[in-house]
Design a protein around this ligand. Sequence first.
Ligand code: CAA
Length: 700
Amino acid sequence: MSDYVTVARDGEIAIVTIDNPPVNALSFHLRQPLHAALEELRDDPSVAGLVLACAGRSFVSGADITEFGTPKALERPSLPDLIATLESFEKPTVAAIHGTALGGGLELSMGCHYRVADASARFGLPEVKLGLLPGAGGTQRLPRLIGPAKALKIIVSGNPVGTKEALADGLLDAVFESDLVANATAFVRAKAKAGEKPLPISQREDRIEAARNDLKRFDAEAATLLKKSRGLDAPARCVQSVRNGLTMPFAEALATEREYFIELLQGDQSKAQRHLFFAQREAAKVEGVDKSVKPRQVKRAGIIGAGTMGGGIAMSFLNGGIPVTILEMSQEALDRGIARIGTTYDISVKRGSLSEEAKQERMALLAGTTDYADLADCDIVIEAVFEEMAVKKDVFGTLDGIVKKGAVLASNTSYLDVNEIAGFTDRPQDVVGMHFFSPANVMKLLEIVRGEKTAPDVLATALDVARRIAKVPVVVGVCHGFVGNRMLAARSAELEDLLLEGATPEQVDKVFTDFGWPMGPFAMGDLAGLDIGWRTRKSLGKTAAIADALCEQGRFGQKTGKGYYIYESGARKPVPDPEVAALIEEKARERGINRREISAEEITERTLYPMINEGAKILQEGIAARAGDVDIVWVNGYGFPVGKGGPMFWAEQEGLAGIVERLEHWHGKTGKDVFEPAALLRQAASGGGRLSGVKTSRAA
Ligand code: CAA
């Protein structure tokens, strides 16, 4: 008995209850008494069966991630010790699961002979998302329980499954609608009475036999799953470990799994991914919005604009089960927008990621209108109209006159001043920025822009809505481009000059993809459409020698088959174009630039370093509250490689002092502002070399 583990008896059945809030993680202070209790009950002849259950909101949701990187993580009794003890029971054992059984939690449950659960429980091995593999037998026992193909999917994706699937696959033995522990007790009592001697999972061979004789098929399935793993080590290790279970004896495969686990745990990628796990949770904690601030109720959302952005935002709400009224100026544009939403869902149905029934349910939540009056009853209205202040003025002025009191009025602006927008209404306290990223139904990031007068409960509402529609929110202050686009501008500032001075689009893009970005900036420009930037430059009276020349030739990127690259009839693969090379040389000649060899290091220093510098300026100004918030923006909105933990985390690992030194070098050489080191960056570089401790007060 301890604060963390209690043992109760129901006749001959022992009930062990774990209680380690908030998520019953397997901390050392829990492992120790749990191990002692299990050994005692195993050897107690008056005990005929065991129920392993949890108090609080959930079953065990994993190893204690805060212990990783400290000696406690590996101190014995370890999780494998606990599972081995459970497997040594010669009387039936059952895990009674409610909430989530994740990672080490699911592995612990697989030490039992049986698993039963509440109807709403979920099961998963999310270690891969922390740059790890399940390190306590998960890659060995799950395949033995449900077969290698299904296990591989759960392990490599890291995504949990529900009770329906778990029951069908054999992960679960029974589901109970209520009274979980009482039912689990009756379940194990019946097993004990029947005198069953079930095999521990480690000794079961029936589900892996077929795969052992058909490794080719296993390898093919694994290769498909690994396609999405983008330079991360953990998914490949997961696959190898499951495969070891098919080719090695259990004990050897288990020991190898542990070696992989420790190797990954000590590696840079897992460190980065663990940083992101905690940074994401920190980002949801907002100054001035504590638990006492309750979100306003949101039962219906209004979306203004049924274009690509408005449609994507609407889909996010529909996916979250929130009814939407979408508004367009003409019936024709509205019909087109609604049809596009239907077609996008159809693609998911065809791919098998959405059922026809679910599609119908979502479409049934959608209403269209061309009349602002139909938005009167919405609890939140998000505008996704043209990025021009005059247009925003019209929209917010109209909304102010129509929408009910207390509704949240949000702008999806990517650059404009949210304070000015709020000023177009008589209720600036209800106005907030909600900046989605394209395609909005897919991208996870939501920048929530806090205006000067935004009320705390409006921020709480935006955060709550973000959670309901499965977005990752980061609260930011008002400035041109907020966190993401402002840093993107700094990352892009030197691109033209790099080309003029001697680099090629393919060389720059390769530096980016080698770093781990899904695409380089020139391929990205071609995908997004070069005409967008051209139009913006013209409206601001700005020029860009190469980009403008491409657009003047009608080379807008993929949509015209040519941009920085050439795209052969409908293909998406960028192919270098000698005409572009000639154009770049011509523009350099016109400017009297002698083109030279440009190294990969120089490309990195002139793109990523200014971006980090801008991130530091953003922190300095209080536009973002913590360096981790900036990392969350970049990983979830712009494809910054997760294995590198975001720009600010990466910069720390690289060494801030070295980055400052190179920024100074380029600043001295070019005099450009983007290279002038931010005071905060200098300070952090000469102090402890850390940005992550820096906490700023949010701009309001
Ligand atoms: N260890 C330590 N702390 C954890 C934790 C863990 N495994 N899981 C969650 N927490 C903490 C969170 O940091 C958070 O703390 P604060 O309140 O201080 O911010 C708190 O618990 C609540 O977490 P959430 O805000 O995420 O709560 P939620 O209800 O939205 O989600 C959850 C709960 C689904 C369990 C989610 O927290 C989660 O996915 N946790 C991680 C699960 C996981 O990855 N497990 C595998 C761990 S690795 C492992 O087990 C290795 C192995 O094989 C041996």
